[in-house]
Design a protein around this ligand. Structure first.
Ligand code: ZN
Length: 252
């Protein structure tokens, strides 16, 4: 229980750092300098202004210095990161896999929020992810290597094909993102992730168009769907694959 609380708090602190990345990377600002400040009045934020989730609640969502509204996105990212971290830990325990998935989830959360707002997937984040992925593959060499290299190539290859066939419906960022995921999950779960992402994207796309939030011509970022599909895949992918195998072999 203590481990869960620790990991949740750790997740919200990482989430608070991800907020900095989400704000600064698309603006091409340095991620270490200057220290956190209010985006409206520029006042430097003190440690007690930066306690994840809690500061937002005690400040009632406003800047202590100028009263400007703080986006609900900030505590949301912190809460989400904390929840994702403990979910991964719950399923995979105290293992190297858990650490590798926690690392990837942090990258995916950052990418998703940047993709939603700016419709880009920054190369810096993909590269950081791939470097991390290579380190994890070397540390976890007992899990083998071929499976993950195939996952990497398959992720990039299939999305590249879809983008050629659909005439550019899939961005270059999505292709790189799928390759990155392949490096962490191997080829089977790469396929599952892609499959779920396409279904999620189609369902949500239709809903967004029906609710008139988006029109058919709007670009709908695909990164967040890939991220959610990845989480579903690592948690339930094996069940989905087994069900599918039974289905096609006619034993379901
Ligand atoms: Zn302010």
């Amino acid at each position: 229980m203590l481990l869960y609380i620790f990991l949740f708090v750790f997740g919200t602190i990482i989430g608070s750092f991800l907020n900095v990345l989400i704000y600064r990377i698309p603006r091409k600002e340095s991620i270490v300098f200057p220290s956190s400040h209010c985006t409206k009045c520029g006042h430097e934020l003190k440690p007690f202004d930066l306690i994840p989730i809690i500061s937002f609640i005690t400040l009632k969502g406003r800047c202590r210095y100028c009263g400007a509204k703080i986006s609900l996105k900030y505590p949301l990212v912190e809460l989400l990161t904390g929840l994702v971290f403990i979910t991964i830990f719950y399923y995979f325990g105290l293992t190297a896999k858990t650490i590798s998935y926690i690392f990837l989830s942090a990258i995916l959360i950052t990418i998703s929020f940047i993709d939603i707002e700016y419709k880009i997937i920054p190369n810096e984040l993909i590269l950081t992810g791939i470097l991390g992925g290579i380190v994890f593959r070397l540390v976890m060499y007992r899990d083998g290597l071929t499976d993950y290299i195939i996952g990497f190539l398959l992720g990039a290859g299939i999305l590249f094909l879809i983008s050629v066939i659909s005439g550019g419906g899939m961005g270059g960022g999505d292709i790189k993102l799928m390759a990155l995921i392949g490096l962490f999950v191997g080829w089977k779960l790469t396929l599952t992730t892609m499959f779920i992402a396409v279904i999620l994207g189609a369902i949500c796309g239709i809903i967004l168009i029906l609710l008139k939030i988006k029109t058919r011509k709007d670009y709908i970022p695909f990164g967040p769907y890939i991220a959610v599909a990845w989480l579903i895949s690592i948690l339930y992918g094996c069940n989905i694959i087994n069900f599918y195998i039974k289905l096609i072999s006619g034993t379901a």
